[in-house]
Design a protein around this ligand. Structure first.
Ligand SMILES: [Zn+2]
Ligand SMILES: [Zn+2]
Length: 493
């Protein structure tokens, strides 16, 4: 347990000393100051794996039991350990949720004796294991917990629970989910309008509540099976048509979202399109070792312009990405710094662990450096701009197309993103002087046209290239994708 500072408190029963810590163990769970934590989930998963390993040969992987029997045992002996205490949790961030999902699926794979890296989709695993999706499992856990709260309702701190609006909202969604599944099998009405009926069941008919929950779980599994069957049917039909029928080639769908199609990012040297600006930055760093612009201003975890302490490098970098005034001040200082660790580095993760969300951004104080005259932040690539300008001046002849091709070649040799390439071309066009233009052999207007064409994403085939998902018959796609393909095929005829 972390050692914290002591705090003296005076209560009606006397004087106490409380240790102020970021987290402590409370009834077998780590209570963390932020609520749910990644650490606690990791601990629960480890407990689940230990429980699994302890009875692996005798029970969970014992071929003398049917899969269904093993799944039941797994639910009572392993999953109960993993989800213990989770009934009051909310998964707020995506990272934690996806960690939880994949950890549960790894456990399911162990139960089925499937290798962790075997290419079997999660949907098929669920069907084979006769176990619910982790999200559904959590819903059931929460709804069971709700019954427990009613069971001891005289001591349940309802006022505290009502305060936790996010959790109440989640329970309402769970009830709605339950009702959607079982509405045709019970007389219960919509819980949003007739909650009293549900309360009555929770208070006086607990065994019926269990029956409803079991029924919902079963229906959910059947629905899942149904969807899987439908998808398999689509896949097999398309494959059959392609092999024996009239289908010329497998149907395709653009791999980019519509919004992504209209924006262009990529690497000029590798001639590779990226989906997002972040992807472009990541490619430039991973493949060409080009770091983010802001990192030249980072020496410690504090911003040297506004003196705020951010406790880790990634948070400072995020600040410098958007804080216009800090950017301007730091840029004016013309800093030359050795590179500090970046977002994915181990030093940064250590700092994040150490900080553990315990402190807010702290405003530092102290003498500031003498202000220097500000200069505009130039995002263009100096060498590329010079190379292009020199080529244009040295070019003899009147063929603008030839000049265009040569300039294009120079750009393609540079490890540079499309974003900066366009900025460089705009910068070059803006800084052209009349004297410079007079020297250009192809003439003023054709040269400006060449720059225009270079700055057009359509000039670069790879930037506008739309990659397609094909309905390969060795892969099971989502149902909506099959529906999309079928609709396209119907339109073609
Ligand atoms: Zn590249
Ligand atoms: Zn700042």
């Amino acid at each position: 347990m972390a050692q914290g500072h002591k705090m003296e408190v005076l209560t009606e029963y006397g004087h106490h000393t409380i240790t102020v810590v970021g987290q402590y163990n409370h009834l077998g769970n780590i209570a963390h100051h932020s609520g749910t934590t990644h650490k606690e989930i990791r601990r629960k998963i480890a407990q689940g794996n230990a429980a699994f390993s302890a009875q692996r040969r005798t029970l969970f992987q014992n071929p003398h039991f049917s899969v269904r029997q093993r799944a039941d045992l797994f639910n009572t002996m392993v999953m109960s350990k993993v989800t213990y205490g989770m009934d009051s949790w909310l998964f707020e961030d995506k990272r934690t949720k996806s960690y939880f999902h994949s950890a549960i699926f790894r456990l399911y794979r162990r139960l089925l004796k499937i290798k962790p890296d075997a290419a079997i989709s999660d949907d098929i695993i669920l069907e084979q294991a006769h176990l619910p999706h982790p999200d559904i499992g959590l819903r059931i856990t929460r709804l069971r917990y709700l019954a427990l709260l009613y069971k001891c309702e005289t001591v349940t701190p309802w006022a505290v629970i009502r305060q936790d609006q996010a959790w109440c909202q989640q329970i309402m969604e769970d009830l709605q989910w339950l009702w959607n599944l079982v509405s045709r099998t019970t007389k219960l009405r919509d819980p949003r309008i007739h909650f009293a009926e549900w309360e009555y069941i929770l208070r006086y008919h607990r065994s019926y509540w269990k029956t409803i929950l079991q029924r919902a779980q079963k229906l959910c599994a059947l629905q899942h099976e149904d969807r899987l069957l439908l998808r398999t049917l689509h896949r097999d039909t398309l494959a059959m048509l392609e092999t024996h029928g009239t289908l010329q080639s497998a149907p395709v769908k653009p791999a980019l979202l519509t919004a992504q199609c209209a924006s262009f990012f990529g690497c000029m040297q590798c001639q590779k399109r990226c989906r997002t600006r972040g992807g472009e930055g990541a490619h430039l760093f991973k493949v060409h070792g080009i770091t983010a612009f802001e990192r030249q201003w980072i020496a410690s975890t504090a911003c040297e312009a506004c003196l705020k302490e951010y406790h880790s490098f990634d948070k400072l970098q995020n600040h410098l990405r958007t804080a216009t005034s800090c950017r301007a001040v730091l840029h004016a200082r013309r800093l030359q710094r050795p590179l500090a660790p970046g977002i994915g580095s181990s030093v940064n993760s250590q700092l994040r662990d150490q900080h553990d969300g315990l402190l807010p951004v702290l405003q530092g104080s102290g003498p500031l450096e003498q202000p220097v005259p500000q200069r505009a932040i130039e995002r263009h690539h100096n060498q590329l701009m010079e190379a292009l300008a020199i080529l244009a001046l040295d070019f003899t002849g009147s063929d603008a197309d030839e000049l265009f091709l040569q300039m294009k070649q120079i750009i393609l040799q540079e490890p540079i993103g499309w974003t900066q390439t366009r900025e460089t071309l705009v910068y070059l066009a803006d800084s052209l002087t009349e004297e410079f233009l007079a020297e250009i052999s192809v003439g003023r207007l054709p040269f400006l046209d060449v720059l225009d064409r270079l700055g057009d994403p359509n000039t670069w085939g790879f930037l506008t290239e739309v990659l397609y998902d094909t309905a390969n018959c060795d892969h099971l796609y989502d149902l909506d994708l099959y529906e999309h393909w079928c609709a396209t095929l119907a339109d073609c005829d």
